[in-house]
Design a protein around this ligand. Structure first.
Ligand code: C5P
Length: 230
């Protein structure tokens, strides 16, 4: 069977978290966030990983690659997240060991504690025929939309918060990101890119433990989750 490849995007600066090392290398329970991500992906059925990092940080990520539970390599990202994904997809296409992969899962390194079950659900949806499958959660907060004249409540029962890993047919994701680059579109996730190409996106249940470590408080939550598993 073709390998299931994960593209782990880790090229952001993580300025909202603070600190002087890249966010993906910030430690949680004594290991970098990205190492936790690789473990969750591997446990959920991913066979290989490409980690997209900021240029110049190869030495800093060498330990992560060496300690990865699945074969992993680093490639360099770009200015925006979508540039990083495009670079990662190009590296997969150019790698003889990876070019046979039919599916690719794009995962934010910062969603360090993604449970294996979430990863599994995404892969199963792809095997079942979905072109795009993403984990989502109901929105627990009441949301207001700010308008030109004031603000208005949004019906939250129709909203979902989107997580990663997001799974795709690799050929469709390549086309989608090419379209985004050619038309200079701005997208905050990969499902939006595939949607711009006109493909449907299948939703699978996410998990609150797959929270994105963005601000210092998120790291505290993540530490509490790790302790609760001990
Ligand atoms: O900024 P944001 O929280 O949306 O970033 C989500 C993920 O995308 C992070 O894991 C970050 O490292 C990654 N990213 C990237 N290249 C960029 C910007 C963000 O790989 N240029």
């Amino acid at each position: 069977m073709e390998p299931v490849v994960a593209l782990v995007v880790a090229a952001g600066s993580g300025s909202r978290l603070g600190g002087d090392i890249p966010k993906a290398l910030r430690e949680l329970d004594g290991r970098p966030l990205v190492s936790h991500s690789l473990e969750g992906l591997a446990a959920g059925g991913v066979d290989r990983a490409v980690i997209v990092i900021a240029p110049g940080l190869d030495d800093d990520f060498a330990g992560v690659v060496a300690g990865s539970p699945i074969p992993a390599r680093c490639v360099h990202g770009g200015a925006e997240r979508q540039d990083s994904v495009l670079n990662g997809l190009a590296a997969i296409a150019a790698d003889p060991d990876l070019a046979a992969a039919r599916y690719v899962l794009v995962h934010d390194a910062a969603r360090a504690l993604v449970p294996a079950d979430v990863v599994r659900r995404v892969i199963e949806a792809l095997i079942g025929g979905a072109v795009a499958a993403i984990p989502v959660l109901p929105v627990v907060d009441t949301i207001r939309e700010v308008t030109a004249t004031g603000s208005a409540t949004v019906d939250r029962s129709r909203l979902r918060a989107v997580q990663t890993p997001q799974g795709f047919s690799r050929d469709v994701l390549e086309l989608a990101h090419q379209l985004v680059a050619d038309q200079d579109l701005q997208v905050t996730d990969d499902a939006a890119a595939v949607e711009a190409l006109g493909y449907p996106v299948v939703l699978v249940p996410g998990d609150r433990e797959a929270l994105k470590v963005t601000e210092p408080l998120d790291l505290l939550f993540a530490e509490a989750i790790v302790r609760s598993h001990a």
